[in-house]
Design a protein around this ligand. Sequence first.
Ligand code: SAM
Length: 372
Amino acid sequence: MSGKSPGLEARLAAEIQTSGPIPFDRFMERALYDPEDGYYSSGKSAIGKQGDFFTNVSIGPIYGEVLVGQFVEMWQMLGRPAGFTLIEQGAGDGQLAQDILNALAATALAGAPLIVIEPSDALRKIQSEKLSGHDVSWVANADALPELCGVHYSNELFDAFPVHIIRSTGGGWAELYVDRKEESFTWLEMPVAGELAGIVAEFPARAKGFTSEVCLAHRPLLQTIAAKITRGFLLAVDYGMSRESLLAEHRTGGTLSCYRGHRRDSNPLESPGQKDLTAHVNFSLLAQDAVEAGWQFGNFTDQHHFLVGAATSLLLSMDGKTPDAAGRKTLRSLKMLLHPESMGRQFHAILFSKGVSGAGLSGFQYAGKIQL
Ligand SMILES: C[S@@+](CC[C@H](N)C(=O)[O-])C[C@H]1O[C@@H](n2cnc3c(N)ncnc32)[C@H](O)[C@@H]1O
């Protein structure tokens, strides 16, 4: 076995031969979410030490425990409604949901229902095995959610959304499409059109060859979640930065990365379905689109400041005590999550609210003024 996925590669090649070159977001969508062979939807994605990459969740249960503190605060801000519901999207193998439900049991929110938005049957099976015994239900997409009061949360959801790739022509911007030549996928520059053109029109001029990514896939989701959550919050933690940082002149090659077995490579067109593809979230665009969808912008900060704020009471409770083995493990995990050279500055947390103000949530008490 070569480890290649001829099924998906052949189907993508056939699509291009039949309909012509495809925008990269279409290629990425198939590579990650093809129902049979997509890296995520087939259930072959592997996160953690034995997998392809680490996330906050793989560092340990403390991350979920700290998030639970935020959910309890949100519920209090909403006036402690009885039907408060958690919604997780991008749940992967269900580890974060499990950490959250375990921690929730010791709080006033014990027994609050969790709905997982999961389009992949394979992932849903993995999640339901891990979460058996908890009050969890699943929907295939956000449209299937009931109207409710609660919080939609995600960890590295938006950085797994398909992106368009744009490249400076020197005098403007072109979009990169995927073509098929001599048994390989190749790049093709095409004029920027449609919704993308409106976004790119506001970008600063960059030297010829400067490449970046634009995600449009979050737009319908933000609108649907805004329609379903009548009162509540949206909290997302993701790899990413502001539009200004993403378009900084030195960032000539963009942020699209491929991961397999903890190795990063720079060929997103090779072996579709066999590796993770991810691009940094443009938090400025996400915030702008969320507000247009009906959300009120709450706050934005890096993970370091978010977790120091959210874990303040936990850290104070440990102050002056000699930690036991479990306490030492928790502190080691927190150090990795917080450290500016580790995960503390690469990830950011963003908060939106509806029908309630998010001001005062402890996770954002040390948020500086990062310009979005
Ligand atoms: C980088 S993984 C993160 C997994 C997990 N949250 C963690 O942090 O370990 C991205 C996850 O987002 C999921 N995902 C991407 N688009 C989605 C969508 N539209 N609806 C639900 N899940 C989605 C993928 O299937 C994958 O499980």
